[in-house]
Ligand binder design. Structure first.
Ligand SMILES: *Cc1c(COP(=O)(O)O)cnc(C)c1O
Length: 397
């Protein structure tokens, strides 16, 4: 049995919608992208949505739109993909890296409060909802992350690249205060190949991001070809970017969006099964949850080889590979990456939880078409691997 780490869920609807766009003769941003924005905003309960060509673009536009200035400092979790931090550097601002919770890999209210105490000048938080598990926005110490940020005048940019669809309490990620950025990269929970979405309730943020999305031109291309004014007339009011999502990609997104709730349900099926079959296994820690399983986007299912482990992550990887099971690693933390480590003089000791995660983490396959039999197979292989080599010394030292 061969089980890849990821498999695309793409069917007749995607083909049909793409064909319609091809046949229409208009491939770039127009009515399909607009429709995708409207439907996405409705889905997550946000007011304004802007379709862009990556989540990285959305994060960049978000920081620009909320007015982050050169030399400002911005909180970023160390346990994330580099995009979350690199966009801070796009604006010549500087990331201030925070450790994460060991169980959820999220920034917690407690970690944030500690960060604020040590860095009272920071007024922006990049909040990653790791693996699809919403960070503690409305719960926990200090009344939760939203209340803390409000008290300290901190604006939130949600990196929701993993968190669609996800919720906390009665609200979906995308409807909370701040600017929320989603990813439709090829292996995310829904995809457009490359793509992203910026969602906000703030009209001025929306207007600025919309302007900067397309060259700083004061009306978008579609308007130019549909409004009363002559199509050659436009003005440039800022040095904007080229971040629009083409209709060809939006067509794929519209088809994927129709299935997003079902996709999530299927990933939950896998996650619930993993939780059930792997609980009690020695040597590994399973992901912790502070939200119901139905509120989790389940983009990732990461486990951690803990201090009792008698094999290394590399050895576990080799065993899985020879059993035909695909896996990945999320993530080598940013404080270990040469650029950030050297530029900001970062020491591993400042990030004990991220270090513990990094030492042993491995992400198991989780996607809609992964059968329950396949999950059972992964679990039985893990049982075999993790119970056979008990005599070797621990690597934890
Ligand atoms: C994938 C990812 C991004 C970047 O998304 P793109 O659409 O590829 O730009 C940003 N942050 C996190 C946490 C991601 O996993």
């Amino acid at each position: 049995m061969k089980i890849p780490f990821f498999a695309l869920a793409c069917g007749a609807q995607e083909h049909e919608y793409v064909k319609q766009v091809l046949d229409s003769g208009w491939l770039t941003t127009a009515s399909r992208a607009k429709e995708f924005e409207d439907r996405f905003a409705e889905f997550v309960g946000g007011k304004y949505a802007l379709a862009v060509n990556s989540c990285t673009a959305a994060l960049h536009l978000a920081l620009d739109a909320i007015g982050v200035q050169e030399n400002e400092r911005v909180f970023v979790p160390t346990m994330t993909f580099t995009a979350t931090a690199e966009v801070v550097r796009y604006l010549r601002a500087d990331p201030v890296f925070l450790d994460v919770d060991y169980g959820t890999r999220n920034i917690t209210p407690q970690i944030l409060l500690e960060g604020i105490k040590n860095n009272p000048d920071v007024k922006t938080l990049m909040l990653v909802h790791f693996g699809g598990h919403a960070a503690d926005l409305t719960e926990g110490e200090g009344g939760g992350i939203l209340a803390i940020c409000e008290r300290h005048g901190i604006q939130i940019v949600h990196d929701a690249a993993h968190a669609f669809p996800a919720r906390q309490g009665t609200q979906m990620i995308g409807s909370f205060p701040g600017v929320t950025c989603f990813s439709f990269y090829a292996n995310k929970t829904i995809t457009t190949g490359e793509g992203g979405m910026l969602v906000t309730d703030d009209e001025s943020v929306y207007r600025r991001a919309k302007l900067m999305r397309l060259h700083g031109i004061d009306r978008d291309i579609w308007d130019r070809f549909t409004s009363e004014k002559p199509s050659w007339e436009y003005d440039v009011v800022a040095p904007g970017f080229k971040y629009n999502l083409p209709d060809l990609a939006a067509a794929v997104g519209l088809a994927q969006l129709e299935k997003a709730a079902d996709f999530r349900q299927q990933r939950q099926r896998c996650a619930d099964l993993y939780m059930d079959r792997l609980s009690g296994l020695p040597m590994i820690d399973l992901p912790e949850r502070t939200v119901p399983t139905a509120d989790h986007a389940w983009h990732l299912f990461p486990i951690v080889l803990n201090e009792q482990a008698t094999l290394t992550r590399a050895e576990l990887g080799d065993e899985l590979a020879s059993a035909g099971i695909g896996f990945s690693v999320h993530y080598k933390p940013l404080h270990r990456m040469t650029y950030y480590r050297e530029r900001y003089q970062l020491a591993a000791e400042a990030f004990p939880n991220a270090e513990r995660i990094w030492a042993g983490t491995i992400s198991l396959p989780i996607y809609p078409s992964l059968s329950s039999e396949a999950v059972e197979h992964v679990c039985s292989q893990l049982h075999k691997i993790l119970t056979k080599s008990g005599s070797r010394p621990s690597i934890a030292a």
